[in-house]
Design a protein around this ligand. Structure first.
Ligand code: SF4
Ligand code: SF4
Length: 467
């Protein structure tokens, strides 16, 4: 993929603010898709914390209790390798989509884009169209101007508070969080995070907007590594568009020696990153398609064929036939599918039970005057389900003479219990100084939840039993 990089672009210059970009509101097919997706994402984001499963919040990253609840599955710190695998699958899915469809993630579903466009929508409703907003910003301070600015920032802040509290409700149960907020009874820590995320949302979506995409987002920097000649991108058809110039509706462009671009500048005015796509592909472009909608509208007005700016590929731009998915895209797709399937299988086959064994630190074994050997263990059992379960514990692979094992051990959901166990064996009956055996732990209500934990029984040297 070729970017239009000029020599001066390679010189690192100190950061210079480009000022705020006033985006023109645009209607069209791609805008419709994005609006629909934005609503869907915002509503899903707000509603998920309210979904209940077995009397508990279905999706909760409970930091205090160190667990991540996702419907019937609970992940514990020991399971974070699984989450790493989910993130890896997500990363490959992003590579797959980007190498195939370009930066559609940025243009359609990235939270920064979704929130920014929602804030711009509010701005448009309060301060008016792009031209009215530019005029308002240039006006001297007046009561009417202050009133509009105040209402806009107040609504933005309200949206930020809702967004921040929704985000926090993924970490603190929504029922208690919202009741604490209503009663102004939040702890200092919750108040801090609420203010922090409110300010982040307000700052990012209200003020920084496209600057986050252009100057802060690392994804914009490495996306080109995934592009190839078949990647879908938004591009201007220079051959068809040039020479550009304004004209009247009835003018014949051929007679005037003009191309189809009427230089209406709409493609620039609607662009949320403020670029002119007619200058070629630029890394600031987030593939949102707003300029496609704007240009199609102009083309219709002039009765020209639509698609002067369109979703296309470099291959198509040079008049070649579009190819299907190439090897690179297919490889990303296959890797994504394999990781997803393997992770789902892994999660499905995972036993919601964790055990560990600690031996007595003071003595590996004890021998009494009758020659009976004792080994002491602390068995830790963690119930990783969301219900209280009874467990039975048994010993396998060891002929013991005396041991007291719990037959009906009740463990609350998400709780670990420590069980001290002492096994006694007549030392004469053991032929080896170390005997391997295992503890079997099984849930009584759900026998498929069971684990075997291997350990060792120490007898000591033969001399201790001589005579
Ligand atoms: S150039 Fe077009 S597709 Fe790219 S960011 Fe601007 S409006 Fe969106
Ligand atoms: S919207 Fe289309 S016609 Fe208007 S300036 Fe942009 S490319 Fe030219």
């Amino acid at each position: 993929m070729k970017f239009d990089i000029k020599e001066e672009d390679l010189i690192i210059k100190p950061y210079k603010s480009t000022g705020s970009i006033q985006v023109r509101e645009q209607k069209g097919a791609y805008q419709k898709i994005r609006r629909l997706l934005s609503w869907l994402l915002i509503i899903t984001f707000i509603l998920i914390p309210f979904i209940q499963y077995s009397g508990q919040q279905a999706v909760l990253l409970d930091i205090e209790n160190q667990q991540f609840r996702f419907f019937s599955v609970t992940f514990w710190p020991q399971d974070f390798i699984l989450l790493a695998s989910v993130f890896m699958a997500g990363a490959f899915a992003l590579f797959f989509v980007t190498s195939w469809l370009g930066r559609v993630w940025c243009g359609y579903v990235c939270p920064q884009t979704v929130w920014t466009l929602a804030y711009i929508w509010v701005e448009h409703r309060i301060e008016g169209t792009r031209n009215q907003r530019i005029a308002l910003d240039k006006q001297k301070h007046s009561f009417a101007k202050l009133q509009k600015k105040f209402v806009k920032h107040f609504i933005w802040l309200l949206m930020s508070v809702v967004s921040a509290s929704t985000f926090i409700s993924y970490f603190i149960p929504a029922s208690s969080l919202y009741s604490d907020i209503m009663q102004l009874n939040c702890t200092g820590l919750v108040t801090f995070w609420l203010c922090f995320f409110t300010l982040c949302t307000y700052g990012n979506a209200g003020w920084l907007r496209e600057k986050v995409c252009i100057d802060m987002c690392p994804y914009a920097r490495f996306q080109s590594a995934m592009f190839d000649k078949n990647t879908l991108l938004v591009a201007y058809d220079k051959e068809r568009g040039e020479n550009r110039a304004p004209r009247k509706l009835k003018d014949d462009p051929k007679q005037l020696g003009l191309g189809d671009c009427v230089d209406c500048n709409l493609c620039v005015e609607v662009c949320p990153t403020g670029i002119d796509i007619r200058n070629g592909m630029q890394y600031e472009c987030i593939n949102c398609g707003l300029c496609v909608d704007a240009c199609d509208e102009t083309m219709s007005r002039f009765n020209y064929q639509k698609g002067l700016i369109s979703y296309t590929s470099e291959q198509q731009l040079f008049g070649q036939k579009a190819k299907g998915l190439n090897v690179k895209v297919l490889t990303y797709g296959v890797i994504t599918a394999v990781i997803f399937i393997a992770t789902s299988f892994w999660i499905n086959s995972r036993v919601p039970l964790e055990t560990s064994i600690l031996r007595d630190r003071n003595a590996l074994y004890r021998v009494n005057y009758l020659g009976v050997v004792e080994n002491t263990y602390t068995l830790k059992v963690l119930n990783k389900t969301q219900q209280a379960l009874h467990y039975k514990i048994s010993v396998q692979g060891l002929e013991y003479s005396n041991v007291t094992l719990p037959k009906n051990l009740l463990i609350a959901p998400g709780t670990m219990r420590e069980i001290p166990i002492t096994i006694s064996i007549d030392g004469q009956t053991l032929h080896e100084s170390i005997t391997d055996f295992s503890f079997n732990i099984q849930a009584i209500e759900q026998p498929n939840i069971s684990l075997q934990k291997a350990t060792m029984f120490y007898r000591g040297s033969n001399s201790e039993y001589a005579g």
